[in-house]
Design a protein around this ligand. Structure first.
Ligand SMILES: Nc1ncnc2c1ncn2[C@@H]1O[C@H](COP(=O)(O)OP(=O)(O)OP(=O)(O)O)[C@@H](O)[C@H]1O
Ligand SMILES: [Mg+2]
Length: 505
């Protein structure tokens, strides 16, 4: 059979043996193309084509199926110039399949035979994933190799409700404004939301520095649709800080096609699940930026000509986001705690992609351009920053009351700014004057020098303990620091320069 010969010739290139999966069984051939072993009955037939290509574009390949059924996410391939070119089933309509190619499709044309791979998209895994960098399809990007080659299907793992465990301790990040307004718990999904250039990446890196370095747990970083340069920097920084050996990195960056950008997250999830399920670990998952995944899915869907809904996102956006978010969960054995940067297009929080992602989160840190413009970093919008832990039962009465009180001060401050603009500050009551000046101190106090931003600020980073934060906030609110100039509160750790007990350990 023609296809059979073709496949065997190709199969032996550069490899000692190759397994060929046929409808009838499995055949292993050696370098000369001789059959080495076989299972099933179909020795004499290689893989049968499942159909033929009918149209090719950069982002989609349409295949007319012969009498075969395929499923969503099945991996198909064709052969061209001795190479196998893979594409994944994205849409099935009767006997026509639309698939999205993983590689360059130049040279492919109508009429080429299409085969079905025996498995879907997979990623290699074992202990050796740590310290390694993968591309979106789970292939290693650096010079490293993985010796023991075990693989997992990247779409495989959905937990049943019984498996999910929701208990975990509070995870202090050492970043004042986060720990105070949006405390984090093991197993939480925390969003870091912000428009372009307001500090999402810096914050995620600080969290890597403080949480990952502090916990000494393993972690996975997934870079999606962001600058390749930033990826390279992260790799170098992790290496320098001796943290690379506990982190796996997956990149599907800007400049790669939408398929690659849409797959990176699945490879990353699979690695995190491996560490959680088979190694029973508490894993940290850092994603920069989950919005780019939604954007890639939108591009793929518009290429597939699915009817877009009004605001440019496809109708299946909610399920595309669930496919990812519902896999980020914790079990009795281990947990996945995630920090997800979310880009806000045109600074519009009501954007549908942003809203869809935030419904899955346990907390959110919203970064605000107006705060960033004042040079107050991290540029947090305290009114929209919160977490499920802001509950008297969970963080205790003192912390809870201080948050409430602080927010009251902030919102009165906004009103007072308007009043002052008209009447001048002299007209304020003593109580309002106090609120006005103390809020400005609080606002400055919630800035913080960051370890990873030392080259922007020139000030070494500080990790601050929650007890110190509560003491300091209480002190400002009760007037203990009324005589201290507000400038003194900018980019400090604690007010009295107390050093963290946690980070010193
Ligand atoms: N914590 C910080 N301390 C000092 N400067 C900061 C801080 N965070 C952000 N910046 C400043 O803001 C710039 C942009 O930050 P960053 O790259 O983190 O933004 P982003 O939200 O990730 O942007 P993009 O949407 O382009 O990915 C930094 O280069 C730095 O100058
Ligand atoms: Mg960024």
């Amino acid at each position: 059979m023609a296809e059979n010969t073709n496949n065997q010739e190709n199969a032996v290139e550069g490899k000692k043996t190759k397994t060929i999966y046929t409808d009838e069984g499995v055949v292993v051939v050696d370098e000369e193309g001789n059959v080495v072993s076989e299972e099933g009955s179909g020795i004499e037939s290689g893989p049968k084509p499942v159909g033929k290509i009918i149209t090719v574009s950069e982002l989609t390949i349409s295949v007319l199926l012969s009498d075969v059924k395929v499923k969503y996410h099945d991996l198909l391939y064709t052969q061209h110039k001795g190479r196998e070119i893979y594409f994944e089933v994205a849409e099935i309509e009767g006997n026509v399949v639309r698939a999205i190619p993983f590689q360059n499709v130049v040279g492919l044309k109508k009429g080429l035979d299409v085969f079905r791979a025996n498995k879907g998209l997979e990623i290699q895994y074992n202990d050796e994933i740590l310290g390694k960098v993968f591309n979106s399809y789970g292939q290693l990007l650096d010079e490293n190799t993985i010796e023991k080659d075990e693989t997992r299907d990247v779409y495989d793992r959905h937990l049943s409700l019984e498996e999910i465990s929701l208990n975990g301790g509070i995870l202090w990040t050492g970043i004042k404004v986060l720990d105070f307004f949006a405390p984090m718990q093991k197993g939480f999904k925390m969003g870091l939301l912000g428009g372009a250039g307001v500090g999402k990446t810096v914050l995620i890196k600080e969290l890597i520095h403080n949480v990952y370095a502090g916990l000494k747990s393993n972690s996975v970083f997934v870079g999606i649709g962001e600058r390749s340069r930033e990826g390279k920097e992260l790799y170098e920084e992790m290496k320098e800080a001796d943290l690379l050996d506990k982190m796996s990195i997956v990149f599907g960056q800007m400049g790669e096609n939408s398929t690659a950008r849409s797959k990176a997250i699945f490879s990353g999830l699979t690695l995190a699940e491996y560490l959680r399920d088979e190694k029973s670990q508490d894993v940290l998952l850092f994603i920069d930026n989950i919005y780019r995944y939604v954007q890639a899915m939108s591009e793929i869907n518009s290429e597939l000509a699915r009817i877009p809904i009004e605001n440019g996102y496809p109708a299946n956006i909610a399920s595309a986001v669930s496919d990812v978010e519902e896999r980020i969960n914790s079990t009795e054995k281990g947990s996945i705690t995630s920090f997800q940067a979310i880009y806000i297009p045109a600074d519009d929080m009501t954007d549908q992609a942003v809203q869809t992602v935030t419904t899955h989160l346990d907390g959110q840190i919203v970064l605000d351009r107006k705060v960033a413009e004042k040079g107050l970093y991290p540029a947090v919008d305290v009114f929209n920053t919160t977490s499920k832990l802001i509950d008297i039962e969970k963080i205790g009465e003192r912390h809870y009351t201080l948050v409430e009180e602080t927010l009251k001060y902030y919102s009165r401050y906004q009103e007072l700014e308007e009043i002052i603009a008209v009447l001048g500050i002299e007209e304020l009551s003593i109580q309002d004057t106090n609120i006005f000046y103390r809020t400005r101190k609080l606002r400055n106090y919630f800035t913080q020098p960051m370890f990873v931003a030392e080259n922007y600020t020139g000030i070494p980073g500080e990790f601050v303990d929650i007890d110190d934060i509560l003491d300091d906030v209480e002190g400002i609110l009760t007037g203990k620091y009324d005589e201290v100039d507000e400038g003194q509160f900018l980019f400090i750790g604690t007010i009295n320069g107390r050093k963290s007990k946690v980070s010193a350990e």
